[in-house]
Design a binder for this molecule. Sequence first.
Ligand SMILES: Nc1ncnc2c1ncn2[C@@H]1O[C@H](COP(=O)(O)OP(=O)(O)OP(=O)(O)O)[C@@H](O)[C@H]1O
Ligand SMILES: [Mg+2]
Length: 372
Amino acid sequence: MIDWHFDRGDLAKHFLSAFETGITGSLTLFAPRRMGKSEFLLLDLAPLAHQKKYNICYCSFWQLKDNPAKALRHALEEALENQDWRQRLSGYITPSTTLELKGELPGMTVALKKSGPERPTEDDLLAIIDLIRQLSRKRRPSLLLLDEVQHLSTRPEFESLVATLRTEFETHRKKVHVVFTGSSRDGLMRMFRDRKAPMFHASQQIDLPELGSDFVAYMLQCFEQASKVRLSLAAAVRVFADLQKGPALFHHLLKFMLIQGISDISKGYEVFSQVIDIEEDYESVWRELLPVDQAVLQLLAGNLSIGLYTEAARHWLGEKLGVDEVSVPRIQNAIDRLRDEQLIYSAGHSRWAFEDTAFREWVSDHSPADGK
Ligand SMILES: Nc1ncnc2c1ncn2[C@@H]1O[C@H](COP(=O)(O)OP(=O)(O)OP(=O)(O)O)[C@@H](O)[C@H]1O
Ligand SMILES: [Mg+2]
């Protein structure tokens, strides 16, 4: 079996040594969608922590989006049952090609029921407190890997869970280390800034380093093992840059070339772009938005020299929507919704930026509201 995972062991060592030297009890890892956060947690950090005899617990708060407390309770219970961690996490590790394109791993988006966010039950919270305490009493330290933590900032229903975690992590920080990941700068910042949530103040934030040509070279080696074909590194590096240095699509492209028997990466990329709708994600995100939200995104993606709430901007938006002008509260509501959807974040001084720069490019290139 070819191991397509490019090792990020050095970064993993860096994380664990921050815990071991007592510099901090928790770290927060940021990267946009599909850049390799979960792979890093599951395939670099967890194995190293296992070697170092940590008890490991992994939970994605997107697993049960409406009930993150239940997801965490379940993950903690499994960790305490001492089941083999590889087996526990294997469901998250096997990527499926189609899901991967949407940035999801199997089993990660199952909703308990469709009724919307649920306040954690007292029973779940008490269980979580008890389980974290049990972990802290173990001889070995524990490592909690909490993926997509910004999800907890999206609903008031989840505040009690945040408060509980804050207290427990603070109390047990010497024995229970935590790595949070987030794919939304805004969500993370909201959690960091919130005075009621000092657990995140205490957590050091680390940006997941971009992958570079050594990653590309490694992936080409895997490709060569599979096909006996050597691809041009220079051309592959250009394609990788064109894919915004996203490992998911690059990996997908190489698999596509293997299946199609294509041995030239520029050619492969050309065919791939035609056959696979790289932008399918964006298209469907876009379709879900209200017209006013779409128009505001276009304004943000384009030249913002006219501001967001000025007379000129309100007319510009009105023109897009076929009305005279759009009111300030309507623009504000659109901004709130776009933040909630994790499409934009506040870059300070009433500036708004796209969470995903590739989506920004997509919006400005496609100008979809004009035609479609
Ligand atoms: N270190 C790596 N080596 C090889 N491929 C990788 C690596 N990291 C990520 N990938 C590729 O990128 C895909 C997405 O990675 P991953 O699911 O870890 O991203 P993520 O940042 O957690 O995304 P999301 O925000 O959607 O949860 C993987 O399925 C894999 O194809
Ligand atoms: Mg992930």
